[in-house]
Design a protein around this ligand. Structure first.
Ligand SMILES: NC(=O)c1ccc[n+]([C@@H]2O[C@H](COP(=O)([O-])OP(=O)(O)OC[C@H]3O[C@@H](n4cnc5c(N)ncnc54)[C@H](OP(=O)(O)O)[C@@H]3O)[C@@H](O)[C@H]2O)c1
Length: 291
């Protein structure tokens, strides 16, 4: 696609994710300027058509929209903090795609307001290989007018979803979804270790997984309505029954000599039982966790 039709965008941070973002903007025909602390990481992008800025201030000066994707928010604040960088950012739009907490996002928005920049927070729900695909979800929060002003540009990255004016909303949803992801993947890898220890093939494990994964999705939707209504009675499986299963997982792990990672989860189910939820459906665990 011709670069003359695109918008100007500067990408700050060229790690695995920042490089993928810059590449997707280039692929969509935008005029991309890049900057990274370690300059050599810009070389492949220059070869692909990006302009490499010799300094952060010059990278910011090259575009109205500045996309930042670095290690964390303190790193971002450290880069944007110097007076000359703040001055260069005045009147620009910062799109923050670094992972952080809702409090990080609020502080970043406050700093942006101080220097007179528009601020949009974002969270990427995918790996670098997913960037640029229509199914790659990127969550955004902050002023809707700011989102609308950059939505066409961000379209190069994937499926951008606006999740609210409260600037911490994208980070909150990101961490909630990552909480699900890491619990699931840790459970999966623990299961793989258990299978390996007991001589069960990973092929058989994957076959069984096809059966249980849809139940996760169905249960999540069911629990959302139960939490909303505080309606935990049911006839499928009680917390007592789930707690017993978790004790079996911990015991089998110990028998097999592998890490009993379900121990922490098991402890929360025992707390739910102690709080009187033993006869309730699993959704009642929410009442214990939210405290
Ligand atoms: N990778 C993913 O799948 C993924 C998915 C969703 C969200 N994210 C988020 O995207 C962000 C970047 O992740 P990544 O995978 O690209 O990580 P990465 O490959 O480790 O890149 C980290 C980036 O931060 C920069 N950086 C680190 N410390 C710095 C400092 N003190 N001063 C200036 N720059 C510094 C690095 O610069 P140097 O090159 O100079 O070290 C590099 O550009 C993270 O917040 C991550 O959570 C990543």
């Amino acid at each position: 696609m011709s670069s003359s039709s695109g918008r100007a965008v500067s990408v700050i941070g060229l790690g695995a994710m920042g490089s993928a973002l810059a590449r997707a903007f280039l692929t969509a025909g935008h005029r991309v300027t890049v900057w990274n602390r370690t300059a050599a990481k810009a070389d492949p992008l220059r070869a692909a058509g990006a302009r490499t800025a010799p300094s952060l201030v010059e990278a910011i000066g090259a575009s109205d929209v500045i996309v930042i994707c670095v290690l964390d928010y303190p790193t971002s604040a450290g880069l944007l903090g110097p007076r000359e960088v703040g001055a260069a950012l005045t009147g620009k739009t910062i799109v923050q795609l670094t992972t952080g907490t809702p409090a990080d996002a609020r502080e970043a928005e406050r700093l942006a307001r101080e220097i007179g920049a528009a601020y949009l927070d974002g969270a990427i729900m995918g790996y670098p290989r997913d960037i640029g695909r229509p199914e790659c979800v990127i969550l955004h929060s902050g002023a809707e007018t700011i989102f609308n002003a950059v939505a066409d540009l961000l379209g190069a990255l994937g499926n951008n979803l606006y999740v609210g004016e409260s600037v911490g909303a994208a980070a909150t949803l990101d961490l909630a979804l990552l909480s699900t992801y890491y619990a699931a993947m840790t459970g999966y890898l623990h299961g793989a270790a258990l299978c390996a220890a007991e001589g069960v093939s990973l092929e058989g494990y994957l076959g069984g997984l096809d059966g249980i994964l849809p139940i996760v999705g169905v249960s999540a939707k069911d629990y959302a309505t139960r939490i909303a209504d505080r309606r935990y009675a049911g006839d499928q499986a009680t917390i007592d029954i789930h707690a017993a299963a978790l004790r079996h997982i911990v015991r089998a792990s110990r028998d097999a000599g592998i890490a009993p990672v379900a121990e922490a989860t098991s402890a929360w189910f025992e707390k739910a039982r102690a709080a009187g939820h033993g006869g309730a459906e699993m959704a009642a665990l929410f009442e214990v966790l939210k405290r």
